[in-house]
Design a protein. Structure first.
Length: 474
């Protein structure tokens, strides 16, 4: 209901291009304000596999898009940040696909399969002048930001430094509060570029939590619930963008992500090849929209279109959410509080489907390993319920609720690791945000209120990937 893990029929057949979650929030890094962005792909990774492992796909174009100014309302990207991967082997004269021994440092002689990547910034603003004669995928300005190396997955004995006491027999390390406390693979896999950009691409634990099984099992919720993503990993692409690169912080920007494949794939005995233009196969902005609001008839269309068409194609699903009717019928026994029609407030969140981030606020509060954790506690004032839990920030440029400029501290003002998007989404549906405000809070609606692992409080924020040798599922 909240995370695009297995939502649209076609993209579930293409896990390397299947998006899980998009994150976007304001922080400080090296003394400057930045927009942290992240895209999760390749859901439901069972850590204990072999001989092959989960990887990014060299034949997929992964993109994080940022809209500024007028482009936010239009649903068009102003800038796109592209990740493209290349996979190489130290040797193919072995059955040991990934590890030839214990990996001491990333890309050392024991890491047989090594993925490298290039991050490129594409500026679409010049193309706006002649949009009718120009496809932005063919003629934008492109600037290489930098390159990086993907650290190994957490296999266990082969990757001991991910795990407690640097021992591959132990569970993965908990979240950390500082970069200096990170495991060496995560440190070595974080790359800093000019102007304050920094990137990470690699395996992380799946930071989304919720009882998805019970939600899609006829909304038969249970208490306590079970975290359906507990114990699973995914692959994360994350990029820190200085707000000066986006035109400053006195604005609201929109963030979404896409995955694309080449138009033609030719299968040959001597080796396959790809040709033609990049064609979008997956898309994600806010959590919930495609999986919880868009009907089956339009789910694949959503993944093939861009946010600029959302108002025409998908607004009806936000303004008249079927999910509100189902919550009233099943959860509340037929007489629930969720307003089922004319939900202009819900459309304001999802149309166009970009995560709106107010850059004028101070840094967001971030999740750690829980409010009372002795070493890596959540930031003071952090609430997984965002505004519905009293976690707010003050904007310098807007006052949407007439309360002195206070805006949500998490989703739907950006999205942080640790935001309980299931409870936030249901709270929004059973409230009336059109004014005058009627607030109802669905705290713990699905019986899952914590992630199974701690988050990191500094970049790349996603938790340590689960150990293939020592992990568990609920």
């Amino acid at each position: 209901m909240a995370s695009s893990h297995m939502d649209a029929p076609l993209i579930t057949l293409d896990p390397a291009a299947n998006t899980t979650d998009v994150y976007a929030f304001v922080r400080m890094a090296a003394g400057q304000k930045v927009l942290v962005t992240a895209l999760g792909v390749y859901p439901h990774q069972e850590p204990a596999i072999g001989p092959n492992k989960y990887n990014f796909d060299d034949n997929v174009l992964y993109e994080i898009h940022v809209a500024t100014g007028k482009d936010v309302a239009d649903g068009e990207p102003t800038y796109s940040y592209q990740f493209q991967f290349k996979t190489e082997y130290l040797t193919k004269s072995t059955i040991l696909q990934s590890y030839l021994g214990v990996v001491t440092n990333i890309a050392d002689s024991a890491q047989n399969l090594v993925q490298t990547y290039t991050v490129t910034k594409v500026d679409h603003s010049d193309c706006r002048k002649h949009r009718r004669n120009c496809s932005y995928r063919r003629c934008p300005r492109a600037t290489r930001i930098g390159t990086g190396i993907v650290p190994p997955n957490n296999q266990g004995i082969a990757t001991p430094f991910y795990n407690q006491d640097d021992n591959g027999e132990n569970p993965a390390k908990d979240g950390r509060a500082t970069f200096a406390e990170f495991d060496r693979y995560t440190q070595q896999g974080t790359f800093v570029y000019t102007n304050g950009y920094r990137a990470f691409a690699g395996q992380r634990e799946d930071g989304f939590y919720g009882d998805i099984q019970s939600i899609f099992d006829l909304l038969q919720l249970r208490s306590p619930g079970k975290d359906s993503q507990g114990g699973f990993n995914m692959h994360l692409l994350s990029l820190v963008i200085p707000v000066t690169e986006l035109g400053g912080d006195q604005q609201v920007v929109g963030v979404y992500a896409t995955t694309s494949r080449r138009q033609v794939r030719v299968l040959r005995e001597s080796g396959d090849s790809n040709a033609g233009q990049w064609l979008q196969v997956g898309r994600q902005g806010n959590p919930l929209f495609c999986e919880g609001l868009v009907a089956i008839a339009d789910k694949d269309r959503y993944n093939r279109t861009s946010p600029e068409k959302d108002g025409k194609l998908f607004r009806k699903y936000a303004e008249n959410p079927e999910l509100a009717r189902l919550i009233n019928l099943i959860v509340f026994g037929g007489s629930g509080p969720a307003i089922e029609t004319n939900r202009t407030d819900i459309a304001g969140i999802f149309i166009p489907d970009v995560i709106k981030v107010d850059l004028s606020t101070g840094p967001v509060r971030v999740a750690g390993s829980g409010a009372n954790h002795p070493v890596n506690p959540d930031d003071t004032g952090f609430s997984r319920l965002s505004v519905f839990g009293g976690d707010v920030l003050q904007s310098a440029i807007q006052d949407p609720f007439g309360n002195g400029g206070f805006v949500p501290g998490g989703w739907p003002n950006g999205r942080r690791f640790g935001d309980d998007v299931v409870d936030i989404a249901v709270s929004a549906l059973i409230s009336d945000l059109r004014g005058p405000l009627v607030i109802r809070v669905a705290d713990g609606i699905d019986g899952v209120s914590t992630n199974d692992s701690g988050y990191n409080k500094v970049f790349p924020y996603g938790g340590t990937p689960h150990n293939g040798r020592n992990h568990s599922h609920p």
